[in-house]
Design a protein. Structure first.
Length: 251
């Protein structure tokens, strides 16, 4: 049996009298693409916030590569190899596209910027940043201010920044949120390539066609609870899932 890279045991969080995530036990195998779906309010983003350390659980446990990270901060989890994107882009709008990624590469290397040294001194960081921008199809916009990018390109820049930190697991929270229809195929192509690179990816996404085409496993949450887990076709045919969320998706 393949050892899980992420495992939760009875993971729970309560806000007042409301249980947003309710005793969710889940194992994620390395080098797999797992999507988490469910209706609005199902607890998907809250579950991601627990995994990445933004929220502290009320009960339960989170293991990353066998290590208990339940009480570690988001920063420490990131250093261990958990990379997290958000529904809202998290870039420095006043900096250029290249500078955004270079700073992330530099941070990964543990080198602090020194005001008295010109940034060209750090050519290795720039080269690495350009490689990452090439990988997300933004190399031609490297000198533009991030504020000038279209929303879809900002999402790609956000992904390049996360990749610069070299995470072992990518937690992607609705990477196509807010995109125009014509922007979505570029993100789909990026995600497909990341999957082909055998990265471990957890995705929250409402676009069911994308989920079913990319995923090795699909996890369904409803009312904070784990309703079902299986391969895409199994989820498509699951009557409980159809009744609770997908409604006629198999038609």
């Amino acid at each position: 049996m393949i050892e899980s890279i992420i495992r939760t045991q009875d993971l729970t969080i309560m806000f007042g009298g409301h249980t947003a995530v309710d005793h969710v036990s889940l194992e994620v195998a390395p080098h797999t693409f797992t999507s988490i779906i469910g209706p609005n309010g199902a607890g998907k983003t809250t579950f991601f916030n627990l995994l990445s350390g933004l929220f502290r659980s009320s009960a339960g446990q989170i293991l990353f590569k066998g290590q208990d990270v339940t009480n570690l901060s988001a920063h420490k989890r990131a250093r261990l190899g958990m990379g997290r994107s958000f529904q809202i882009t998290n870039v420095f709008s006043s900096l250029t596209v290249l500078e955004n990624v270079r700073l992330a590469v530099q941070a990964k290397a543990g080198v602090h910027y020194q005001v008295l040294h010109h940034h060209r001194k750090y050519s290795a960081f720039i080269d690495k940043a350009m490689e990452l921008l090439e990988s997300v199809y933004l190399s031609g916009k490297s000198e533009q201010p991030a504020s000038s990018l279209a929303h879809g390109d900002k999402r790609k820049l956000d992904l390049a920044i996360i990749l610069a930190l070299e995470p072992e697991v990518l937690l992607l929270d609705e990477p196509t949120a807010g995109m125009a229809v014509e922007e979505v195929p570029a993100i789909l192509e990026l995600l497909t390539r990341l999957k082909e690179d055998r990265r471990t990816i957890l995705l929250v996404e409402h676009k069911i066609d994308m989920v079913m085409s990319l995923s090795d496993m699909v996890v369904v949450l409803a009312n904070g609870k784990l309703l079902a887990k299986g391969e895409p076709q199994q989820i498509m045919e699951n009557e409980q899932v159809q009744a609770a969320y997908l409604g006629g998706m198999s038609q």
